[in-house]
Design a protein around this ligand. Structure first.
Ligand SMILES: [Zn+2]
Ligand SMILES: [Zn+2]
Length: 448
């Protein structure tokens, strides 16, 4: 059965999962990813929201140029459109600062619908505002850089520099026009490509944690869903970087299906594992100085995928006797790692103490169950991630960074991020297996 057509047939429905037997629901009603998709906007708005709809269209100066202006003009056929073009407040370009959410809510107070025309930040701002003011949101993409268009999360910066990821209602509809996507800035295209490689790693982490009875129970549907799209573009890095329409349309499917997989599971688990934890650590470090991050999210995640692929390879090749010897001889001093973070990077405030305590409990379970489950882990989750050579060649073909240093990130920060990132999220990942087996003492070989 073709999972691609399958999942789109589940749009707007709740369904019995053919894989895990649970019920999943997918409240997104329309996902359009094709040439000329913008032209269909009036028809889509009428279909989803009726006629004479009053809309606020949110963009920033760049995304207004890329897609917003045209979308606004076309949408005038479906109702009244009030543009809200955000300008940076001290940042280089509009980032997901929570102050913009207030502006969007105010502008939308008399509107029926919020339309976002933008990439990750604008989309997340619009989804968050829509949630707060109880309006539906329609997301028009401006770049294939993220999976925010279809996801149920909004990553925001509160109080100027504290990053929070908030659950939110997914959009009612998503519209990605190939003409817009292929003309996006190349770095954003590369970032989307690199971020999309995280799914295999996130699913490996998820399956492994689920074997220990921790986190969301594993379901194989999300990975099948994204793999069907991924197989059409992962080996097409050169074409992605050359803005090939076919490859980029497949990439947008991969990204959108990644967001959908989060919606059907209800959390970010199918799309975010250890590679994302390292990226979050880097962002939190950068945010100590203000809203700018070190590098685009997807590019940081791509390097994280390469690092994790090397760690998984090391785990896959480890005989049971070595695992047992390592587990017995290594007992990481968690408090000392927390102190490294607090002394050099950021305070353990907000939700971090809870995540840290949860992680220590999860590590306890990991250490007690690892010997029983070792062969099952090697046969199951450890087989999901691609080999390092494959990840490296896919990233290189698309012109994506291969090392954190290539992104201008100091090597000491990169090393500490890879070693300490596991303490900022309760969710178990291969970084925890590696750390508990003393493998992170070889971190330089994984970062090389
Ligand atoms: Zn399922
Ligand atoms: Zn991501």
């Amino acid at each position: 059965m073709d999972t691609h057509t399958d999942i789109l047939s589940y749009l707007g429905k709740s369904f019995h999962c053919p894989r895990c037997g649970r019920r999943h629901s997918l409240p997104i009603r329309k996902v359009v990813n094709e040439n000329g998709a913008l032209l269909r906007l009036p028809e889509i708005v009428r279909e989803l929201f009726g006629s004479d709809v009053s809309m606020v269209l949110v963009a920033d100066e760049n995304t207004w140029q890329a897609a917003g202006e045209r979308a606004a003009r076309l949408l005038a056929d479906a109702g009244k459109v009030t543009p809200l073009i955000l300008s940076p407040r001290g940042e280089r370009q509009v980032s997901a600062l929570d102050c913009y959410v207030t502006d969007i809510c105010a502008a939308a107070s008399n509107a029926d619908l919020i339309v976002t025309a933008g990439a990750g930040s604008i989309t997340d701002l619009g989804k968050r505002a829509a949630d707060l003011c109880g309006k539906p949101v329609l997301c028009v993409g401006s770049a294939p850089s993220n999976n925010a268009y279809t996801s149920n999360l909004a990553a925001l910066l509160v109080d100027g520099a504290v990053k929070v990821t908030l659950p939110c209602r997914p959009p009612a509809g998503v519209v990605c026009d190939t003409d817009v996507m292929v003309n996006a800035p190349l770095d954003l295209i590369r970032a989307g490509f690199a971020d999309s490689l995280a799914k295999a790693f996130a699913n490996a982490d998820w399956k492994f944690a689920s074997m220990l009875g921790l986190g969301d129970p594993y379901c194989s549907l999300p990975l099948e869903l994204v793999s069907s799209a991924e197989s059409r573009y992962v080996e097409q890095g050169e074409k992605i970087a050359a803005r090939d329409r076919c490859a980029i349309t497949a990439l947008v499917d991969g990204l959108n299906f990644g967001g959908i997989s989060m919606v059907i599971i209800g959390t970010s688990t199918p799309a975010s594992g250890g590679e994302h934890h390292i990226s979050h650590f880097l962002d939190m470090t950068a945010h100590q100085r203000g809203p700018e991050v070190f590098a685009l999210h997807g590019l940081q995640v791509g390097v994280g995928c390469l690092v994790l692929s090397r760690i998984w390879k090391r785990v896959r090749e480890m005989p049971r006797a070595e695992m047992e010897r390592r587990l017995a001889s290594h007992t990481p001093d968690h408090a000392s790692y927390r102190k490294i973070v607090e002394d050099n990077y950021f305070p353990f405030s907000g939700t971090l103490p809870k995540e840290y305590d949860g992680k220590l409990r999860a590590i306890g379970v990991l250490r007690s169950r690892l010997p029983d489950l070792w062969e099952q882990i090697l046969d199951g989750p450890a087989r999901i991630p691609p080999e390092p050579d494959a990840i490296r060649s896919w990233l290189a073909a698309a012109g994506c960074a291969l090392r954190y240093e290539d992104l201008g990130i100091d090597s000491r920060i990169a090393r500490d991020a890879a070693v300490c990132a596991r303490y900022i999220r309760t969710r178990l990942t291969v970084l925890d297996i590696a750390a508990e087996l003393g493998l992170l003492e070889e971190i330089d070989s994984f970062l090389a």
